[in-house]
Design a binder for this molecule. Sequence first.
Ligand SMILES: Nc1ncnc2c1ncn2[C@@H]1O[C@H](COP(=O)(O)OP(=O)(O)O)[C@@H](O)[C@H]1O
Ligand SMILES: O=P(O)(O)O[C@H]1O[C@H](CO)[C@@H](O[C@H]2O[C@H](CO)[C@@H](O)[C@H](O)[C@H]2O)[C@H](O)[C@H]1O
Length: 563
Amino acid sequence: MLSFLTSTQPWSTFLDDTDAHQQLTETILLPYVNTCRWFAGKARQQTGIHISAMLALPGTGQQPFYLLILDAHYADGEPEQYLLPLALVADLTDVPDKGVLTEARFSDMPGTLVDAIYVAGFRDALFKHIAANDSVTQPGNSASGSSASGTLAFQRGRGLIDAEAGATLTSRVLPVDSSNSALVFGYALPSQPSGELFFLKLYRKLFEQTNPEVEMVAFLTETGGFGAIPAYAGRFTWQRTNAAGPQPDITLGMMQRMVPNDKDSWAMTGDYLNDFLYAVPNRLFAVKEDVFEKVALLGQRTAEMHLALYAKTDDPAFQSEPFTDEYRRFLTGRFTDLLDRRYDLLVNNYSRLDAQAQRLAWVFMEAKEMIDDFVADFQTRWLGSCRIRVHGDYHLGQVLAVGDHTGHRDYVIIDFEGEPESTITDRKIKHSPLKDVAGMIRSYHYAVSAKLFNSVETEGIDPEKLQIVSDRWYKLIRDTYLDAYLGTFGSPHPMFYDNGEINYLLLIYLLEKAVYELGYEISYRPTWVKIPLKGIVDVIREIEKLQPGGHHRQMASAPLHLV
Ligand SMILES: Nc1ncnc2c1ncn2[C@@H]1O[C@H](COP(=O)(O)OP(=O)(O)O)[C@@H](O)[C@H]1O
Ligand SMILES: O=P(O)(O)O[C@H]1O[C@H](CO)[C@@H](O[C@H]2O[C@H](CO)[C@@H](O)[C@H](O)[C@H]2O)[C@H](O)[C@H]1O
């Protein structure tokens, strides 16, 4: 932190302090957001960031807090909006380095400008307003044009009961590095996490609409009667108005009940893969029976989530729909665009890949024409299945493993915000539920690949042999998951026309997901690039079988699974 901000005004009038805003915009904000995990624009060519609005949140007897709405601009593509809450503090004891923006001197106080999530008073204020179900009217129309008009509106959900609403709770920032920020509230001290009651997600990337997660959680609980998600406890939104009248609300945060969980299913799958891993060097193929039971239970919960999303409703946002021409155009257009971007990314990063990844990348590049044809076929192929709202970014990390006092294990599904790369409109588009199924299948493939290829136990083993055992494990688990998923519907279900379509749609969504992941890994975890590449090559092999002269030309009508 090299910067310094000076102002002749007090912090309490920061909303109108144009000079301080200018200093922030010119020298402080851009370098700062580029250090933040939640800022998704790091790989884009940035042309600037500015404060598009600012909301005030009074602290309880202390300095006010300000919620900055930042507009990030890029050389290409649409700008993005982010939320950054600011506090001025004199004491940095609880603030990690990543929360510090700059030292600052205001006329009433020298201090440090920090991300307000690290300040207990800010977290308390959010919780108290949610519990009180009240709102903070914004002054609007400041000289700088930055201060927001409208209302910062807090809404209390059914998951927050009276006794807890009135209690004095402690809070902390959950140390997870993800796309948003997580605040936790409870009776417990940080050393006793079991007393923690609420999980509040402060959204970082903002959308000029209700956040899809809020809609999904509300529908699943109120209409779908789905129990395997954390209960909704509240939210806060910026209700905007301007001269033309009310504008769509922007969701800034959502609170759910805290789910006491040992770990997510990614970590749990890693644990049961350990037993498998230790057996491999001894030429044993060992999978414990309870692993299959756990995988099957997740298949069942996934199906129940989809049945809840299929529930009868008058709300057009959740009514099921057929595979319309509009959707086909949308999916093929998006897929073609994604493929173009991924081929470019791969070409530009090819020399950074290891030999195994380069071999897989070649197969992918050489299959371009066949993949293009496969995707184009989606435009015209007759499809009798239907589409519903789906989770959209379903993987093992989105499923928490929970247990009750009797030792009974189960799952709770989280993070219904959709795919991080997609626009808000795209996140609300209905798909076949098989899109989520493909997401989870990819995740099992990831789990086994990440474990077997990155462990000391398997270091001396020929990679080709390792690939064969890892494929065996993955296919057994994939089939267990799919059987349990499809078996939960019991009888033919209108969401799936027939087995041929199930296989075809699974291939489409598996390919789309693996191609999406390729970009994610090149940007964030280059050593993992071969995992999605292997997933892409697996689908290519299946598509080849569908080609005239392919080994199994009848694959589309030779079902993997019976519905
Ligand atoms: N209701 C909850 N109870 C307990 N932990 C939770 C809850 N919701 C999320 N978490 C934890 O917080 C992490 C981040 O949550 P997630 O919804 O995935 O956020 P993001 O949108 O930032 O990816 C999860 O991986 C999980 O460990
Ligand atoms: O941050 P989110 O949870 O919203 O999701 C993003 O990050 C995920 C990685 O944490 C990424 O998932 C990919 O890696 C997982 C293993 O770490 C694997 O289980 C998933 O199958 C794989 O897609 C996800 O794609 C991305 O959107």
